[in-house]
Ligand binder design. Sequence first.
Ligand code: PLP
Length: 279
Amino acid sequence: MTVVAVLGRGVVPADTPILRADDLGAVRGDGVFETVHVRSGEPWLLDAHLDRMWRSAARLELPMPSRSDLVELAAQACAAWPPAGEGALRLVCTRGPESGGPPSVWVTLNEINERQLRGRHAGIAVRTLPLGYAVDARSAVPALLAGAKTLSYAVNMACLRWAAAEGADDVLWVSSDGYALEAPTSTLVWLTDGVLCTVPPASTGVLAGTTAAYLLAHAGELGWAAEERLVRPAELASAQGVWLTSSARGPAEIRALDGVALGPSAETPRVAKLLGFPT
Ligand code: PLP
């Protein structure tokens, strides 16, 4: 099931054409998006996602609609969704037609895909992949847009296809100087000696994950401290739990990294519960 809602039109049949052929989102990936988890009929952590969407748009100098328009569009889509079912709500804003015109703004709401559900329940096998930049290189060059959630995800999707071809479920990007960064659609989170950790977004250019931020902000409820740290992939072998987290997927425990078995972590059910995800 797919629900589509378009700014100025509301919910439309899912197969309705909504873009012009020269829309810069389609031909250049020039736009921003967010994926939000929908539970009990409501978008979860919507404010944090909208904050990040506006931060991303500012980096692209992208004109945005009013925030209340997007909140309303999200509510219209959720109203057309079965309240008991979870879903993935995607909010999209592009620069609009190349020939001029307003931004294109729409939302879609879909079921959580099989790959994400499988990872949440059974854990994932991950392969490291070099990203080719030193850990601090991208944050020093704002025009590289590291940390902005833009529509240009062809590289991210290619890396996931590479992982699948290698028999793995996901990729962990590694900097040229050997530090773990993030996955193509998820954030790295790990637990070591009672400290729940993630990679520092500001100095590395990884996307600041809303799920990881929520986990670290609430780590005290599980008796843990929280910290942003750099880590090398080999160091993750001694962690008490290693996860890739995202809004739609929730926490997916890494059970193998480059063929080395990790876990299972006794903490995974508690982490999922803290995030409100069914295990
Ligand atoms: N990193 C990247 C590159 C992503 O695309 C995403 C998800 O969209 C994440 C991390 C996880 O972010 P969030 O927890 O806000 O979904």
